[in-house]
Design a protein. Structure first.
Length: 255
């Protein structure tokens, strides 16, 4: 019985692959459709930057890199929050019989979000190849320093999931909140220096910036604040780990 309820990471990964393949059964381009919007976004921002249609002073040398990296990292945050909800609703009938499968659907959503982020980094790498200041070492550092954001966002999403499933009002409020937070996280436009102090309250801004700093000039980073946020979210996860059964039961009742 326990074996039915709890799947290994390997088994969840195989379910993710099956889920991924089933999406493109009748498509010749298949997985290209997952990244077509991102490729189009990259081309548009290259055109905007190279054509001189939009410049933010001289503070950002490669403004299109600043925007694309921010957009790609932010999209991961949104994916890891919203995809578990979509997957949970998709497998509602399964969850009613085996409540612990909520972790299975979350795992599938996590692997899918990582898969999409990896593709976006490949697109960013291709764009970087055509910049004068390209450095393979800086790109690798930027990828590695996106890991704190991945950890924070994943745990944050997992802790938030029961509340989002419990009420459409909470889910709608979350969407509005993150729409606002998008503009307060320096994704498309740099945050003015005079407001940097207030940005300490925004963990996503801090965690995105430590990755951005390697590919963009004049990006302010605050490693101690990032470490505090990361430690806090991990500690919260460890403290709530024993309440998994309660969370499972709550979600099972909701569904």
């Amino acid at each position: 019985m326990n074996q039915q309820k709890k799947l290994s990471i390997h088994a969840i990964f195989k379910l993710f692959l099956f889920d991924l393949k089933s999406n493109y059964k009748n498509s010749k381009l298949k997985y290209l459709w997952d990244f077509a919007p991102n490729i189009a976004t990259a081309l548009i921002w290259i055109l905007i930057f190279e054509g001189g249609f939009l410049r933010i002073g001289n503070s950002t040398e490669n403004y299109h890199i600043f925007v694309l990296q921010g957009l790609f990292l932010w999209q991961f945050v949104i994916d890891i929050i919203n995809k578990p909800i979509a997957k949970t609703n998709q497998y509602t009938s399964v969850l009613k019989n085996h409540p612990r499968n909520i972790f299975t659907t979350f795992g599938i959503a996590f692997f899918e979000s990582i898969y999409l982020l990896a593709g976006k980094f490949i697109i960013l790498f291709c764009v970087l190849l055509f910049t004068e200041s390209f450095s393979i070492l800086n790109f690798i550092n930027a990828v590695l320093l996106s890991i704190p954001l991945i950890i924070f966002s994943t745990i944050f999403s997992f802790l938030l999931l029961p509340f989002l499933l419990s009420s459409k009002d909470i889910y709608g409020t979350q969407k509005m909140f993150f729409s606002l937070l998008f503009y307060l996280s320096g994704i498309v436009f740099p945050i003015p220096k005079s407001y940097e102090l207030y940005m300490i309250l925004n963990p996503f801004y801090q965690l995105i910036n430590i990755s951005k700093a390697f590919l963009n000039q004049n990006i302010t980073t605050n490693y101690p604040v990032c470490l505090i946020y990361l430690s806090f979210i991990i500690l919260s996860f460890l403290l709530l780990k024993k309440k998994y059964s309660t969370i499972n039961q709550k979600i099972s009742e909701i569904l």
